[in-house]
Write a protein that binds this ligand. Structure first.
Ligand code: SF4
Length: 473
């Protein structure tokens, strides 16, 4: 049977339910300003470049179709990928969950004798808590993506898939650098160019003196065993080419069948994510090339609950995600609460449907309700994941899993019984009219139903029922 991601390791579960965590986030006006500014900027950039692509809707359809095909024959494609990577001189490892993946990577790093690794930004390694596992083994992980570095130095948590430090402004970043970055100039200003230059100086030395890198992968092409990382800063290119050993941790859903399929996603991803026509750095590598780049190449294929998601014919759409973060940037809930309220490394609309499925719905039961079901995420998604449908599907799964009567289920059962008995139904209608006589219009229902009318007007019953109107005529 498919298993879900294990407890006590990784970052898929929060300490609090979404409403409690969101309340705390909403009280932080600086956070809301930072988020509002950043998401509005990315939205505008993305809309402008999407408008330039006349075949955008066809590309979205193609992306959705390719992903559906991948899910339908995932085992076969993964075996094809494994064979191609192995034939090219790489080594493939299969990790059932976060514990196994962390153990594999830690052992591989330890075998090199290095006590430090450089990292390319990777959601999969955050998901499994790899940094904590490496630190526990005496290995220092150094994040090299600028935003991830800010998060790491600030002993913080990422709050956005693409812009992990979106909740920080430049004054806060300057303070973190002055406090935590070795060798930083004390006269550092909060000018973005100066901040980037400080990070560059610090990272350059680390790149040149670390023999092992750990990355994620945006895609893996099954037909040739080629792994693909797209990024904006060039730090990824350094990590993927300079070290002797390269270890890539990739969720099993990231495989695509052919280069022709990859072409579709390389058009969709940058426009939907950073609002660029083409991302600045696209690194691709196929196994080992003697004398060029890493000479030890490992690929860790991570399940960690994905088989359980795949087993759900409705829920499996969540595995189509290419982590562009467009759904976060248009979500009115995310824009107000930020990413930390979701408790998982996957925030926003995709987090609200992916995290509960990876952990089992009951362990993230509040997340499917963290939405107004406005549908903006569905419209924005470059691979057309129907997130509102998934949210409703997971809410139903949660209600079913509870298996105990709720106020709502009792009320619905009573309504069903009443509607099934005409005399009772007529009596109920007459009774409802009494509320009109009692002047209850505009007031709420009495407990225990009062919660329903906190944010809604109670409709006024009509002065005459249909049956009465019919009888009159
Ligand atoms: S669900 Fe769609 S919009 Fe959201 S991050 Fe994934 S691919 Fe992007």
């Amino acid at each position: 049977m498919p298993t879900t991601a294990p407890r006590g390791v990784g970052h898929l579960r929060g300490d609090q339910s979404f409403p409690a965590a969101a309340r705390r986030a909403l009280a932080d006006s600086q956070l809301r300003r930072n988020l509002g500014h950043a998401t509005a900027t990315i939205r505008a950039k993305s809309a402008a470049v999407i408008a330039e692509a006349p075949d955008w809707q066809q590309l979205r359809d193609a992306g959705a179709a390719i992903k559906a095909d991948v899910m339908a024959r995932l085992p076969e494609l993964l075996e094809q990928l494994e064979a191609a990577v192995t034939a090219a001189g790489g080594t493939v490892h299969w990790a059932a969950d976060a514990v196994e993946a962390n153990r594999i990577v830690t052992e591989l790093v330890a075998a090199t004798g290095s006590d430090r690794v450089i990292k390319v930004k990777s959601m999969a390694t955050q998901e499994i808590g790899l940094n904590e596992a490496l630190e526990a083994a005496g290995i220092t992980p150094v994040e090299t993506d600028l935003a991830e570095l800010i998060v790491q130095l600030g002993d913080d948590r990422p709050s956005h898939i693409l812009v992990p430090a979106i909740h920080r402004n430049r004054a806060e970043i300057r303070e973190i650098f002055l406090r935590e970055m070795p060798g930083v100039d004390p006269a550092l200003t909060d000018d973005p160019v100066a901040l980037a230059a400080a990070a560059r100086r610090y990272l350059r030395q680390t790149f040149l003196h670390t023999p092992v890198a750990v990355s994620g992968a945006n895609f893996a092409v099954a037909e040739t065993g080629t792994l693909v990382v797209v990024e904006s800063e060039g730090n990824g290119r350094m990590c993927l080419t300079l070290p002797e050993t390269l270890i890539t941790v990739m969720g099993v859903e990231k495989v695509v069948p052919t280069w022709r399929d990859l072409e579709v996603f390389l058009q969709l991803l940058p426009r939907a994510s950073t609002g660029e026509r083409m991302n600045p750095y696209t690194s691709m590598w196929t196994g080992v090339s003697p004398g060029d780049g890493p000479q030890q190449v490992h690929l860790v294929l991570l399940d960690n609950g994905r088989s359980a998601v795949l087993a759900d014919e409705v829920g499996r759409q969540a595995l189509h995600c290419i982590r562009c973060s467009a759904c976060l940037n248009v979500c009115p809930v995310y824009e107000r609460t930020g990413g930390h309220a979701y408790g998982s490394v996957y925030p926003g609309p995709i987090g609200a449907v992916l995290s509960p499925q990876l952990t089992g719905v009951e362990e993230n039961a509040s997340l499917p309700y963290a939405s107004s079901l406005c549908g903006a995420c569905y419209d924005a998604c470059p691979v057309k994941i129907n997130i509102p449908e998934l949210l409703v599907h997971l809410r139903a799964a949660h209600v079913t899993a509870q298996r105990r009567p709720t106020t709502e289920s009792i009320a619905m059962a009573a309504a069903a019984y009443t509607m099934d008995h005409p005399a009772l139904y007529a009596a109920a209608q007459r009774a409802a009219r009494l509320t009109r006589l009692a002047g209850r219009r505009g007031r709420g229902l009495p407990p225990p139903l009062s919660g329903w009318t906190i944010g809604r007007d109670l409709p006024q019953p009509p002065p005459q029922t249909f049956r009465e109107w019919w009888a009159e005529r």
